[in-house]
Ligand binder design. Structure first.
Ligand code: ADP
Length: 566
């Protein structure tokens, strides 16, 4: 809009200037033409007067020379006449148009006079009367020329009068236009400048506001108890660390150990495409050897105008320890519950060993062949292995959970967990069916024992649900299914024991939510399961299905063993 206005004003300005210049040129041309028109009339009149004089002179001093001089004058006069009506200047004189025929008549008269003069002899008596008669014949031409001259003078006077008038009011219209367009231009430029200044002021104000907000944000980030690290993805360079983060490694962003922390964080929180994003739960060994448990997240952020990666970390060593203790307590409580079953399971190989030992002793006493004794000893060995497997399972299970993350086979972990409760299921008369639709080298990332603990908890809960129901043992069945969908593995534990009580359905994952008696339930199993699954970047949900409950765990698949080896 302002551009269009400026262009229009400039156009007006130019047009006015051109109008002024062309008017001036036109006026100058007109006055020059008018003046020269007067000049043409004046010249003709002058020639006429000179010719009259020459007539006088010739009649007084009649000789050849004066006659030639007269002829010359007549020729000059003759040449002036056509200029009056046949030139640009002459055409301006209105009187001439009316006199054109008269002038042409006198041109004829002058032509015949000019032709006759050479034939006149200065000595001949007829010459003088012929000259006089010619003098009188062209006398009226003098009056005609006088009128033309007078009209030219009047015309000139009129022109001069107009010129004076115009000079008195010099080019009012162009000057007015010039003034208006100039004023418009100045006004537009002024308004534009003012608007620009206002905009500049607004931009400056917005800028200082942004700076103030940025300063505030920086101050908040600096004061945050959460460790904040901004990393340039180009070369994993630390761009910013707040004081809380400095305690994790070193106050200097250049310290080489930062790279180790960043790499660990990126590995822990990478998505299916290997991009660092999502939540972090990891153990980190500080440069001083102290192991800390860190939780937080990785995300993208624009920092100082560039896309950067933001890592937020909080040292959860304290709470994590408490959490691990709690998990351990929950595990030991399950283990306590299972003690009878385990003792029963151990009893079987022990009973076989006892029998084998008695048989072996008998064989030794009866000095039987060594082959029979060896077979008894082999049997004892096999049963000892069986007993060892049971105690190994208990040891694995009772081990204090840790924050160490590793890759493990999902299928193996589920099978180990199911094996751990298999005896209890047998004792309770519940059928356990495994539908493992996954390959053994499908890997998960996390702590294997804790994951096994989750599956054990779900299986123990299913068993307890059947216990509460006083079920029909021929029908009791728990199914563990595992399959993959897209980038996830889904593990579901489903029973037919009547389902979760509606009044607790919304709270079952809260700590200490239990419907079991104090000696049986702690209410920690599912809350622990949720924490473990969340640490593995997965989800767990529980829902009632027809006749029972179904708990579904969704976890992102890690790299397969084959890939790990590669
Ligand atoms: P606890 O087993 O010690 O009670 P959990 O956190 O493992 O603690 O379970 C919380 C509650 O969820 C249980 O007390 C029970 O009411 C309900 N629950 C869990 N699993 C099942 C299941 N398979 N069928 C019915 N209810 C269940």
């Amino acid at each position: 809009m302002p551009a269009a206005l400026i262009v229009t004003t400039l156009g007006l300005f130019l047009a006015t200037g051109m109008l002024y210049v062309s008017q001036n040129q036109h006026r100058a041309l007109l006055s020059a033409t008018v003046r020269s028109s007067g000049w043409v009339a004046y010249q003709a009149q002058l020639e006429y007067v000179k010719t009259q004089n020459q007539f006088e002179v010739t009649t007084l001093r009649l000789n050849r020379r004066s006659l030639d001089e007269l002829q010359f004058r007549l020729e000059l006069l003759r040449s002036r006449l056509p200029l009056l009506y046949d030139s640009d200047e002459g055409r301006l004189l209105q009187e001439v148009a009316a006199q054109k025929d008269v002038l042409q008549h006198y041109e004829g008269v002058l032509d015949s006079l000019i032709d006759s003069l050479p034939n006149l002899s200065p000595d001949a008596p007829a010459t003088l009367p012929a000259l006089r008669s010619a003098f009188y014949e062209i006398e009226p031409l003098g009056r005609v020329l006088q009128r033309v001259l007078m009209q030219s003078v009047a015309y000139n006077e009129e022109i001069f009068r107009r010129e004076r008038e115009v000079a008195a009011s010099p080019a009012v219209v162009p000057f007015a236009l010039l003034f208006v367009s100039g004023t418009c231009l100045v006004a537009i430029l002024f308004m534009d400048g003012r608007r620009d200044r206002l905009r500049l002021a607004e931009v400056e104000a917005a800028k200082s506001e942004v700076t103030a907000v940025q300063d505030n944000l920086r101050a908040i980030i600096e004061a945050m108890p959460l460790g904040t690290i901004i990393v340039d993805p180009d070369g994993d360079q630390v761009r910013f660390i707040n004081p809380s983060a400095q305690t994790l490694v070193d106050p200097s962003p250049q310290h080489p150990e930062w790279k180790r922390l960043i790499r660990l964080a990126f590995e822990t929180a990478s998505d299916a495409n290997g991009r660092p994003t999502g939540s972090i739960s990891m153990a980190f060994t500080k440069p001083n050897g102290e192991i800390v448990s860190l939780r937080g997240m990785v995300g993208s952020v624009i920092w100082e105008g560039r896309p950067q990666i933001l890592i937020l970390l909080s040292d959860t060593s304290g709470t994590r320890n408490a959490e691990l203790q709690l998990m351990q307590a929950a595990k030991l409580s399950t283990l306590g519950e299972m003690a009878t079953a385990i003792a029963h399971e151990l009893n079987q190989p022990l009973a076989v060993i006892k029998m084998a030992v008695a048989n072996a002793r008998r064989l030794v006493l009866s000095e039987a062949d060594s082959e029979a004794i060896t077979s008894k000893l082999d049997r004892i060995g096999t049963q000892v292995d069986r007993a060892k497997r049971i105690t190994d399972q208990v040891r694995r299970y009772a081990r204090m959970p840790s924050d160490q993350t590793a890759s493990f086979s999902c299928r193996t972990a589920v099978e180990l967990a199911s094996g751990f409760v298999a005896e209890q299921y047998r004792a309770a008369g519940i059928r356990m069916s495994l539908e493992m639709d996954i390959s053994p080298d499908l890997m998960l990332s996390g702590d294997q024992t804790m994951f096994e603990q989750v599956i054990v908890n779900l299986l123990v809960n299913a068993r307890d649900a059947y216990d509460n129901k006083k079920h029909d043992t021929s029908q009791a069945q728990v199914t563990v299914r595992a399959r993959t969908t897209g980038p996830d593995v889904i593990i579901a534990v489903e029973d037919g024991a009547g389902g979760i009580r509606e009044d607790v359905l919304g709270q079952i994952f809260d700590a200490f939510c239990t419907t079991k008696s104090a000696d049986k339930g702690t209410g920690l199993g599912l809350s622990m399961a949720r924490n473990v699954v969340r640490d593995m970047n997965g989800t767990i949900v529980g829902a009632n299905v027809e006749g029972g409950a179904c708990f579904t765990i969704t976890l992102p698949v890690g790299r397969s063993q084959a890939q790990d080896v590669a």
